[in-house]
Ligand binder design. Sequence first.
Ligand code: SAH
Ligand code: SF4
Length: 393
Amino acid sequence: MSAPITQDVLTLPRKLPESDRINLVGLTRAQLREVLIEGGTPERQANMRVGQIWQWIYQKGVRDFEAMTNLSKAYRTELAERYEIALPEVVTRQVSADGTRKYLVRIAGGHEVETVYIPEEGRGTLCISSQVGCTLTCSFCHTGTQKLVRNLTAGEIVGQVMLARDDLGEWPEPGRAPKDETRLLSNVVLMGMGEPLYNFDAVRDAMQIVMDGEGISLSRRRITLSTSGVVPEIARTAEEIGCLLAVSFHATTDEVRDTLVPINKKWPIAKLLDELRAYPKLSNSERITFEYVMLKGVNDSDADARRLVKLIQGIPAKINLIPFNEWPGAPYQRSDRARIQSFADIVYKAGYASPIRTPRGEDIMAACGQLKSATERARKSRTQIATEAGLGG
Ligand code: SAH
Ligand code: SF4
């Protein structure tokens, strides 16, 4: 008996071996369409198929073509023979006493990056990586001690969001997309390993997917991209992503910023500020976050605080004070609490919100700037890492 012929039966060239299957995760809608057509999906059906498959992958979290029940059985089989829906692999998952979760994620080629989930009152933030290592060498940053190994693909970037949702069990029941306020994973920050603006296209494509209303559907205002100050890419970020921007400012004179954030030698403070002034309007967003790491005796004086508020005058801003997260062998120390408070008071009195970031996940070294490829650290035991972080007793 022959199978009933449906519209979906395709004349596909051949079944691809597993390793040659194209991963659909991370493709833009346009790319997905192209890939489907190349694989034999009739052009006139392609838009509809993109919409259907997209919803299965990004709205429902489905990984198996068999489960895509609004596609014919024959079409599902064809899809499974040519494509896959694959995420990077979670190698380890550590949960801190404060609920912070750190995932060590293995990507193609055996490289590893870290992704951190930080639950807070009324929201949950996922800190994702955009590169393995970093080309930049900020002197206070652990990632900066590691050379760039490679850029992440869009699939590996959006994959971090998907694997965290897997772990949190947050794929909605059909037809019941969670409201932003009640989501476990409600915000994304590009503050993990790497400089996102040196991997612009992949970051943009991944964020477009995360924001897509028929998928994960996070608002662009719940995504914050942090840059060390890659000036030529800032306007593009406004135009092509439109998310919130954070900038690793960290110093109030070029002399000091040159040593902390060496990209400053290329695009010094004045140039950076010019670019930042244009951002809120271009991206139609409220304010820029100025990240400022508090390093004892380096950038934490009252005079620094006063210079800072003067420099950013006229820019809608919030100043996020980050107590330095120490890492083994770091050449700096964290400023004292009283010093940070005094700095914060000056900034606050000048009219800017000046939250002091609470260190989270310290027992698992999950804080910003401590993230580093584990290829190097994997040899050490957890106890060793905890001891080095000053928590091992
Ligand atoms: N490359 C981007 C994003 C990743 S770093 C950038 O530099 O902005 C995310 C934030 O963590 C940046 O503000 C960075 O300056 C900060 N950071 C890096 N190392 C740190 C450390 N050891 N302690 C505190 N903050 C750190
Ligand atoms: Fe790279 Fe950002 Fe670290 Fe600087 S602070 S080395 S830009 S990850």
